[in-house]
Design a protein around this ligand. Structure first.
Ligand code: SAM
Ligand code: SF4
Length: 446
């Protein structure tokens, strides 16, 4: 399994592994040892399709070498590039056996059988009426065995149609898993030792799943139900859209200690003109007031965001408005990208595309400011004592690594028995991407 792209792809790859396990497949380290190679692709980055074809060229050689040794290989392309390119993949790379979209991987065993029978290629990029989650094996996802943290997809797809984005075309319309199915998977994860779950969705806070009471539940109610699962200490969710950040979810940050005080809430731009051109459905000030509400509800909440510089039509003033919003909000972390054309999206054909050199300059300035803010945030937690959930051993002997509530890696000296345990740690020092701390003795209850 070769996985590119977002956490949802990581989750999907794990579930594809689960689906294939009953057929006798198990993960291997190297493609040349694999009887089946799945390339799980991502369409969000620049020249996504070209990168896939170049990787397929490499995999073709492995497939041919193995064939010469009498070891056949099933080669599958999954994920968003498979969804977007479909037939085109089989035309340009006829040695590919299976092309499947993100909504059909529960049908993978059937596709493998069809490919073997037909001796030709199989393509399945439907948006089927049945929900794939209803057809996935109900075992504790083996990849979570022994893991302290895990992803759990609760929502997929997007109805927002931002000007620049391919997701609505590759992942389809917004759909939510039923509450019972999410809770059952979360329980199985907790029983296998998972202590922190990150709920995933392209628009996770647009979650509207059918509850056991027959009503539609939002993410806040789902989080509340999850927080009562024994053993589950922490809940996170990503990625959220500002438009779906309802008062109930903001209140959940105040009321549910398990909901971690770190929120990825992409804003993309601080200019109202560009936000409108992007079809984001909110203004910069509406974003500012959302942040204010969140900080009132949960004063220690840290924010992260995505930014795009150089969207068509972005002037120097628009860019300055983005810098102003960053200064006003103060982000603990962020991802930033130069706008790049995705064929078939509205912004691709928009006039006033921005020169590459201008995008470069803007990205540099934006990232310098964001880096400064990230450093300042990390410095601000030094000296605090915070709960750290330990996830594994550090690189040095006797060193353990865990996560702060704000998603920073924290190293301490301590025993292996810390794994899976949340303990108070005094945060002593910061490095570029992590913190160092000391275990603090828990006070015995009086
Ligand atoms: N649903 C999320 C939201 O609305 O914020 C974002 C999902 S998208 C998979 C992840 C990020 O990729 C976006 O937030 C955006 O910053 C970036 N992105 C998407 N399309 C892009 C494009 N054409 N050029 C540059 N960055 C892009
Ligand atoms: Fe893409 Fe916009 Fe949907 Fe996010 S909300 S997935 S950026 S279309």
């Amino acid at each position: 399994m070769i996985t590119w792209g977002c956490q949802m792809n990581v989750y999907d790859s794990a579930r594809m592994t689960d689906v294939l396990r009953p057929l006798g497949y198990a993960p291997v380290e190297s493609a040349s040892d694999a009887d089946m190679i799945i390339l799980n692709t991502c369409h969000i980055r620049d020249r996504a399709a070209e990168k896939v074809f170049s990787e397929l060229g490499r995999l073709r050689l492995i497939k041919e070498e193995r064939k010469a040794d009498g070891r056949p290989t099933v080669l599958a392309v999954a994920g968003c590039v498979a969804q977007a390119e479909g037939e085109q993949i089989l035309k340009r790379a006829p040695y590919v056996d299976i092309v499947l979209g993100p909504q059909t991987y529960h049908r993978l065993p059937e596709m493998v059988a069809r490919a073997a029978r037909a001796g030709g290629s199989v393509i399945d990029t439907d948006f089927p009426a049945e929900q794939k989650f209803d057809f996935l094996p109900e075992v504790a996802a083996p990849q979570t065995q022994g893991n302290v943290t895990a992803f759990l997809t609760v929502q997929e797809g997007c109805d927002k149609f931002c000007s620049f984005c391919v997701v609505p075309y590759t992942r389809g319309a917004e759909a939510s898993r039923a509450v019972a199915s999410v809770l059952a998977e979360a329980r199985r994860m907790a029983e296998s030792g998972v202590r922190e779950i990150t709920l995933l969705g392209q628009n996770v806070n647009a979650y509207h799943g059918e509850g056991p009471d027959g009503r539609i539940w939002g993410l806040a109610r789902l989080a509340e139900a999850l927080s009562s699962i024994p053993g589950l200490a922490r809940i996170r969710y990503t990625t959220s859209h500002p438009r779906d950040m309802g008062d109930d979810l903001i209140a959940a940050h105040r009321d549910l200690p398990a909901l971690m005080p770190f929120l990825h809430l992409p804003v993309q731009s601080g200019s109202d003109t560009i936000l409108k051109a992007m079809n984001r459905g909110h203004t910069a000030d509406e974003y500012r007031s959302l942040v204010e509400k969140l900080r009132t509800a949960r004063p220690d909440i840290a924010l992260s965001s995505d930014f795009i510089v150089g969207h068509p039509g972005e002037t120097d003033e628009d860019f300055e408005a983005t810098m102003a919003l960053i200064r006003d909000v103060g982000f603990a972390q962020a991802y930033s990208f130069k706008y790049s054309i995705r064929p078939g999206t509205p912004a691709a054909g928009a006039p006033r595309q921005i020169a590459e050199a201008v995008k470069d300059d803007r990205l540099q300035a934006l990232q310098a400011l964001l880096r400064e803010q990230q450093d300042a945030f990390n410095a601000s937690v030094v000296g605090l004592t915070a709960p750290v959930l330990f996830t594994g051993r550090g690189r040095k002997p006797g060193q353990m690594v865990g996560r702060s509530p704000w998603l920073q890696p924290v190293h301490v000296d301590g025993p292996d028995t810390l794994i899976g345990v949340e303990r108070p740690v005094r945060l002593d020092a910061r490095f570029s991407n992590s913190l160092a701390g000391t275990l603090v003795k828990e006070c015995a209850p009086t």
